[in-house]
Design a protein around this ligand. Structure first.
Ligand SMILES: CC(C)(COP(=O)(O)OP(=O)(O)OC[C@H]1O[C@@H](n2cnc3c(N)ncnc32)[C@H](O)[C@@H]1OP(=O)(O)O)[C@@H](O)C(=O)NCCC(=O)NCCS
Length: 398
């Protein structure tokens, strides 16, 4: 299959067919007022603000309000969204958590998709499309998804569940549930900032999946379960844990070779590139020069454990990748390191991406259903034609 990048027009049974580039490269399937990704990274927009501005300064509730309701909240609005998210976080049905005890002990992303589907069985069966209903369910999902992921993770490992505390802020409580200790304010702020940086990013693969499911007028829970499935892949959200694993592998090899990692990383990357391997945490479908989210994450990495040293290693890796492949580092390269500094178990990295992106997913769901047309492209069949059915005893004797 080729990677052609131009559209072509052909005659088809419904009139002119527009044949678009593979992977929908540079294709615009709809407009949105939620976020826009700038290829140069300078003007990536969250509802009119730059992503770096909101990522560095807004807390979880402010950013969630900005996405869902289109504006940063004032005092009363802030109190209300905070109260709802904190209350919902602690109100997850006990039976949903119980059900997680009886499934195979697998990667926490499976628990997420399964748990959200279960929540849908509690809340999503008589689905409606009026505003109050949609926004309440969005807030419920935003609040409860982290509880499902963390419960799944701890059940699979220690067999216990760490319960949410509605008196803590969302970011701090979620980090506490993940690491099983009370984080410092700096750790909580760094973690929360990554949730905000992950909240939305145009029509990325998981968000587009959510929009496709929304366009069938299925319920929000089913759409989010689909989004989690798309995010799990190594070319999308799965990259943050693979990027960190790669750095840890390089670190172990550097130690074995008695070399400092900040020097050894060049040799390590060159070896992988020579074997035609992808370097996880580099490259992006839209960003070809710079991912602005990395600047905000770097500010927090610097303040956390071994921050200056990690940044030195990362800068070297970026220098090599730019020189060799003209590929910039993406957010996953940075969050991988930041989560490691916070002592977060590696399999929880992609679930954390989902805990932020759930805000974008639910907002896109609402935007799609409010101005809907079924998303259903047309295929171009290029397989054989004219075959005729023959019974097994005839077709298998040939
Ligand atoms: C994100 C990604 C899927 C974008 O893909 P894309 O726009 O479809 O680009 P392609 O996969 O077609 O790659 C284009 C070229 O760059 C190369 N390339 C892209 N990312 C690369 C990487 N991380 N390491 C090495 N080479 C890479 C590809 O091998 C390809 O080379 P080729 O044309 O010689 O085959 C891709 O950059 C990637 O796989 N990155 C690693 C995973 C990752 O970090 N994902 C998180 C994204 S936020």
């Amino acid at each position: 299959m080729s990677k052609e990048i131009a559209c072509k027009e052909e005659e088809g049974p419904l009139g002119k067919l527009i044949v678009v580039p593979k992977g929908l490269y540079n294709v615009v399937p709809d407009t949105t007022t939620i976020s826009g990704v700038d290829p140069k990274g300078e003007h990536t927009i969250y509802r009119g603000y730059t992503i770096a501005d909101i990522g560095e300064h807004a807390d979880f509730y402010e950013a969630a309000h900005l996405f869902l309701y289109g504006k940063l909240p004032c005092e009363e609005e802030y109190k209300e969204i905070k109260k709802k998210i904190d209350t919902y976080r602690a109100q997850i049905p006990e039976k949903v958590l119980d059900a997680l005890r009886y499934v195979p002990k697998t990667h926490p992303m499976y628990y997420g998709a399964y748990g959200v589907t279960l929540l849908g069985q509690y809340y999503g069966t008589d689905w409606r499309f009026d505003d109050d209903f949609l926004y309440e369910h969005a807030l419920r999902l935003i609040a409860q998804l982290p509880v499902i992921f963390t419960a799944g993770w701890h059940l699979a490992n220690e067999g216990t569940i760490i319960r949410p505390d509605p008196n803590l802020s969302h970011g701090k409580d979620v980090l506490r549930m993940i690491v099983g200790r009370m984080p410092s304010d700096l750790e909580a702020r760094a973690f929360e900032s990554t949730l905000v940086l992950y909240m939305d990013h145009g029509f990325n693969a998981s968000t587009f999946t959510v929009r496709v499911i929304a366009s069938t007028l299925s319920d929000m829970y089913s759409a989010i379960a689909g989004g989690i499935g798309a995010l799990k892949g190594p070319l999308h959200g799965g990259a943050n844990e693979r990027a960190l694993k790669m750095l840890l592998d390089a670190k172990a090899r550097a130690e074995a070779a008695g070399k400092p990692l900040e020097e050894y990383i060049e040799e390590y990357i060159l070896e992988k590139l020579a074997k035609k391997e992808r370097i996880m945490g580099f490259g992006h479908r839209v960003y070809k020069i710079h991912d602005p989210r990395t600047d905000v994450a770097a500010k927090f990495i610097k303040q956390l454990k071994d921050g200056e040293w990690w940044l030195k290693v990362m800068k070297k890796a970026e220098e090599v990748m730019w020189r060799e492949k003209k590929l910039p580092a993406n957010i996953d390269f940075y969050t991988g390191v930041l989560y490691y500094q916070l002592g977060i178990p590696v399999p929880m990295f992609t679930p954390i991406f989902a805990m932020g992106r759930i805000v974008g997913w639910t907002t896109h769901y609402i935007e799609q259903v409010k101005n809907n047309r079924l998303i259903r492209p047309t295929e171009k069949y290029v397989g054989p034609t004219g075959l005729k059915y023959e019974p097994m005893e005839v077709r298998c004797k040939k």
